[in-house]
Design a protein around this ligand. Sequence first.
Ligand code: CTP
Ligand code: MG
Length: 231
Amino acid sequence: MEKVAAIVLAAGKGKRMNNKLPKQYMQLCGNPVVYYSLKVLEESSINEIILVVGEGEEELKRKELIEKYGFHKVTKIISGGKERYNSVFKGLQALQKADYVLIHDGARPLITSDIIEHTIDIVRKKKACVVAVPSKDTVKISNECNIVKETPDRTKVWMVQTPQAFEYQMIKQAYEKLLQKNDKNIITDDAMVLETMTNFPITLIEGSYQNIKITTPEDIQIAELFLKARL
Ligand code: CTP
Ligand code: MG
């Protein structure tokens, strides 16, 4: 039986949120933000979950989250690294054995089981896929002086979200290569690692406009509205 794992990222500091408690642990309708992703993954066909938290928080989060809510699929709680890609790489290394891996931002609480199952289905067929939505706005590319350089065709512009899912060995090898390089400071998502290190085609899966990433204070209010509408 093929094993599908998930890595949930909760090791960021949330600078743009500007809140003492990192945004992934802020309260949303009575539960921490990251609880919602863990709950959907726990109830999905995922076999194993690796939770990546801030350094030194492992035991606290085991008690506060995993034991409290009884998330049995979480097999490891590990500490992350400085950048998102460092945290992902530590998660990939912590996975003992898996055929496919879904990488998900703990700061995206509005993920649904439909999107998770669809992603699992597509990654089995295509080996690399990312959840995304078509851009509603026109996007401009600028130069360093904020002068418009070009306007990509909007029908081909996508806003990428998570989960991003890959054949485990392929993404692990791409990350190993990346971590050996010197200039890696512009890496902002997992697909980009594969794009930079290989020519492997990455399939876009249409997700949901509700699958926002909690980033700035108003996102908490928006997420609460969406969550309440689901109850
Ligand atoms: N993340 C992580 N390790 C890091 C940086 C980010 O695990 N070193 C996680 C965050 O916790 C979040 C996800 O990656 O769930 C997406 O990152 P982002 O929204 O950028 O979160 P932060 O880096 O925490 O926020 P900011 O960029 O505003 O500081
Ligand atoms: Mg960040």
